[in-house]
Design a protein around this ligand. Structure first.
Ligand SMILES: NC(=O)C1=CN([C@@H]2O[C@H](COP(=O)(O)OP(=O)(O)OC[C@H]3O[C@@H](n4cnc5c(N)ncnc54)[C@H](O)[C@@H]3O)[C@@H](O)[C@H]2O)C=CC1
Ligand SMILES: O=C(O)C(=O)COP(=O)(O)O
Length: 326
């Protein structure tokens, strides 16, 4: 039995076919040449499995789900599934899986490295030396060790962050939906935001978490690290807090609009470390991600349980349209 797979990730088509090689003749893979919504909607009526898009541009919202009557399984090749309508997929009986945990250590390392770089003013030191300077005490570096670190979101990434910062002698607190049995202090969000020298955002983006963090509520001189999604931080308030000097600095891997548009005020904001949504990207995590995508697809086409299904649909892909299929 051959499954029609619509694959959207920005891998070169040849690399994608190589990745799916072990599935042999069990899949018939098509990759739309155009990467826009019209191309997705045009390809969906035939699709039985969708491998999602890494840019987030092609999301399965209610309209897309309605356009995909044969759809039986969605594999999103990332942790974040923001944009996809999990309820519409569930109502249509379509399980959606992500790649939970594959990049947790990579993202936590980025958060830790970024917090260290901001605390120790590495960007300013680098810029000063390049400009011919040799500043000593006036850069104002602080040791990260001993800082109060607040982690917003306690999934696999939050947990890896907590371990790294605590291992470095930081005082770690966290907020998430429910307190966990972990050796860190649980605080309600307003208290956590107001009492952290370094606030690390690693919470999933959803309607509930949109604009969750208002940097103007953070202590004067504190640092913000965002590796979650741009939308979890009030970006206008962030620019103001940086420009007024209220925030000591920010490290941002994610933005409201990606790539960050030319002329965005964050490009010229002081004390900001910018990164192009790569906190989770290492050679090791990419290997784990591709392996997980392949394992999940293999389980799906063999009718075995699929890991990481997020929307509560029985994680066994059923042939929904066996009858009447050409
Ligand atoms: N910058 C990058 O390269 C990467 C960013 N990410 C982002 O990091 C996020 C976190 O990923 P993971 O730790 O793997 O876990 P996750 O996405 O499963 O969840 C993170 C945490 O958010 C909490 N959460 C979700 N909705 C919430 C709500 N309404 N209120 C309070 N807490 C809520 C969950 O309970 C969990 O503790 C992802 O959703 C993704 O957006 C993930 C991988 C790479
Ligand atoms: O896994 C995630 O959620 C990520 O943010 C990783 O980035 P990507 O989706 O691969 O651009």
């Amino acid at each position: 039995m051959t499954w029609r797979v619509l694959a959207l990730p920005p891998l070169p088509e040849e690399a994608l076919r190589h990745l799916l090689g072990p599935l042999g003749g069990r899949v018939d893979v098509s990759v739309p040449a155009a990467r826009d919504r019209a191309a997705l909607l045009a390809a969906l009526p035939e699709a039985e499995i969708v491998v999602g898009d890494w840019s987030g541009a092609l999301v399965l919202d209610a309209e897309a789900v309605a356009a995909a009557p044969r759809l039986a399984f969605v594999q999103q090749p990332s942790v974040g599934v923001d944009g996809h309508d999990l309820d519409a997929l569930a109502a249509a009986g379509v399980p959606l899986a992500n790649t939970a945990g594959v990049s947790a250590v990579a993202v936590a390392e980025w958060c830790f490295a970024a917090a260290l770089a901001l605390s120790r003013r590495l960007l300013d030191a680098d810029a000063a030396v390049r400009a011919g300077g040799w500043p000593q005490l006036d850069l104002g570096p602080r040791e990260l060790s001993g800082s109060r670190v607040g982690i917003v979101g306690y999934g696999p990434i939050g947990e890896a962050c907590a371990r790294m910062f605590a291992g470095h002698g930081c005082e770690v607190s966290y907020w998430t939906r429910r307190p966990r049995e972990v050796p860190y202090t649980y605080r309600e969000l307003p208290e956590l935001v107001a009492a952290s020298d370094v606030l690390v955002a690693v919470v999933a983006l959803s309607e509930e978490t949109w604009g969750l963090i208002d940097p103007s509520r953070m202590p004067a001189g504190s640092l913000l690290v965002n590796a979650a999604r741009g939308g979890v931080v009030d970006q206008a308030a962030l620019v103001s807090a940086l420009e007024s000097g209220h925030l000591g600095g920010a490290a941002l891997d994610v933005f409201d609009t990606e790539p960050l548009p030319p002329g965005d005020p964050l490009r010229d904001s002081p004390r900001v470390l910018l990164s192009p949504h790569v906190a989770g990207v290492t050679s090791q995590s990419t290997g784990r991600l591709l392996r997980r995508v392949l394992d999940n697809l293999e389980a799906a086409v063999e009718g075995r349980p699929v890991a990481d299904v997020l929307n509560g649909v029985e994680p066994v892909v059923r042939r929904r349209l066996a009858d009447g299929r050409a």
